[in-house]
Design a protein around this ligand. Structure first.
Ligand code: AMP
Length: 158
């Protein structure tokens, strides 16, 4: 997940050295740089993405700095998704969105640029013209699918 080694940040949470160096979202939390705030409570912040896929694109973050979904406690994930749901409903209600994409990237290989977990809540309109480059592949056989299912299942932990 792009973690070189772990240290402790100011929020007493394990993050990588990379996260400590690069985390622009912590600066937003601390009001060291500006952001257009959509919602805030004691442990969560939602603000407008500076580079929107569609205007109104909002990011939801915890105020505690976990890097990816793997390090983030379940209760924090539940809170982030709950707030994301409310942001999505608000985008439909106030912007007239016809749909919403909720996306979350983990690790540089998956397109994560900011090493502080965040959920993208993107309002979608029938005529917005955006198309995801969803380049679906195929499996050579049902056995290949079954082997992968078994392998991933072996690694699953409660
Ligand atoms: P990701 O690629 O999933 O890490 O997404 C990071 C997102 O953070 C991108 O969509 C950026 O446009 C957004 N972003 C980066 N810096 C800022 C900022 N200062 N204010 C708002 N959004 C930002």
């Amino acid at each position: 997940m792009g973690c070189f080694f772990y240290v402790f940040c100011g929020y007493h949470s394990p993050v990588s050295f990379y996260a400590l160096q690069m985390n622009i979202f912590e600066k937003i939390i601390r009001r060291e740089i500006p952001a257009a705030i959509v919602y805030e409570d004691d442990d969560t912040l939602a603000f407008i993405d500076i580079g929107p896929i569609i205007k109104g694109h909002t990011l939801v973050i915890p105020k505690t700095c976990y890097e990816t979904v793997i390090e983030t406690p379940d209760e924090v994930l539940a809170k982030l998704m709950s707030i994301s749901k409310r942001i999505a409903a608000a985008q439909i209600k106030t912007l007239g969105a016809d749909g919403v994409n909720i996306i979350q990237n983990n690790g540089r290989a998956a397109g994560q640029e900011v090493p502080h977990i965040h959920i993208h809540v993107i309002p979608r309109f029938s005529d917005d013209g955006h198309h995801w480059n969803w380049d679906a592949k195929s499996y050579s056989s049902s056995e290949e699918m079954a082997q992968l299912a078994e392998k991933i299942g072996e690694g699953f932990s409660e």
